[in-house]
Design a protein around this ligand. Sequence first.
Ligand code: GRF
Length: 191
Amino acid sequence: MKRIAIFASGSGSNFQAIVDSVKAGSLQAEVSLLVCDQEQAKVIERANQAGVPTYVFTAKSFSSKKHYEEAILTELKNYEIDWLVLAGYMRLVGETLLHAYDGRIVNIHPSLLPAFPGLDAIGQAFEAKVKITGVTVHFVDEGMDTGPIIAQEAVRIEEHDTYESLQANIQKVEHDLYPKTIEAILTGGAK
Ligand code: GRF
């Protein structure tokens, strides 16, 4: 069974969807660690509830990205982590982790990349008044939301949609697409 670490900074609804899929048996993996950079994040509660060990760090208490990523790497080794799954992790992954987990880091982004990379992709799409946006799962490289695309699903923006309703529709798709895509990657069905 592959051992995954989920990296998150916020609410963790994708963390929950992944944990739930593992429980339901539709995702064959072990969620072995949560890595979180925000002490107050709701995702930590979710991990505690699910019995997933957590590594919570404060970037500011390290002198550089290299130093905090080395500390993370030590934890990943302790927990014998095979894959890194970013789910709302609000930091760019640096050289240390990219090098150690080359080709084994994935991310989910709430737009049809390469459109609307970076912060608040849902707001960007809403403001741009596009009719279709969506969700992308991709491999992580050194750029911001730039790695090779693994899976995408479209979400239509209707006349009556608000930011909130669009966000809800996007999240619904994310919670289905991410566990499914991780399963495909781990079983060698997605490249
Ligand atoms: C998701 O929309 C994901 O696509 C983006 O950050 C958000 C995280 O949401 N990268 P949650 O913390 O999983 O609820």
